[in-house]
Design a protein around this ligand. Sequence first.
Ligand code: DAH
Length: 340
Amino acid sequence: MIDHIAQLREKIESAIIQDKSTLESFRRDFISKKGSIACLFEAFKQLPTEAKKAIGPALNGLKSQAEKKFKSAASALEAATKPSTQPPVDVTLPAFGTPMGSLHPLTIVQNKIISIFQRIGFNLAEGPEIVGDWHNFTALNFPENHPARDMQDTFFLQRDPDQLLRTHTTSVQISTCAAQSPPIRSIAVGRVFRNEAISTRSHCFFHQVDGFYIHTDVTFSDLKGTIYHFVESMFGQETKLRFRASYFPFTELSAEVDINCRLCQGKGCTVCKYSGWVEILGAGMIDPNVLTNCHIDPEQYSGFAFGMGIERIAMLLYQIDDLRLFSENHLAFLRQFTAC
Ligand code: DAH
């Protein structure tokens, strides 16, 4: 009988109950009064007392194993056939979107500027953020007592006061000229640092693009053509622009370029200081002293250069009136650029 019990145990264990009819077969085979377990109980009655003592617990165990399996299968089947209390799933609904990251607006604008100049033959150059006085000032023809050299404007390194955080990307012009010989058509982008109070219009670090072209017979009209091309590509053909005479130590003749204010359409606002015009870049013909400092003969070669703040361009392009937004990393601000 013990063998018979063991066989039934296995059968019960491996029985698969998946619907009402298999449940009914299970009940009939094992649980019902004519089922195999009931038959075993009938045979059990005939056994001598000693054998009953030995086999009784195994037989009772078999009975409860079968009943347990039957009960849990019956309630699982009942639950499956009951109408669900959950709302029905509508498989035609659109899926939840995966939130997309975005490029930072300054990266977007920087990439646009780079591609505008690369399309007309400028090569991208890189330079370090920590430079010596030579690259940032002296080679660029800054007089010894120029105010920009002052501690007020420039962050000098404490461990080596001849080293400083570059105040403009014009410093890359010097390292590029030292590494190449004309003709050179180059742009550099990057972060620059100045000891300025943080406000809606200024920051202690910001980003610039500097470009220059050195070749035989480069003239101011080459510079104008390049700047017109840039302004049209960046802001559209209808944009008005003007050149104003200016001064930079490293250019002679020097100019600043303004475009009509896109925030107020020329009516006057805080960004254009109620003038209707906004300065976007500085430019000029490279001073012969700078060429000499870079071992380029100014008798043989001439060049133009220009430089601009990327934040300023981004503010005009996207109508942003507070420079601080670019470095504060508010997600609500940054998320607006996902589609750009
Ligand atoms: N370095 C100047 C600045 O930071 C901008 C500039 C002006 C760059 C004229 C140039 C240039 O290359 O020719 O304000």
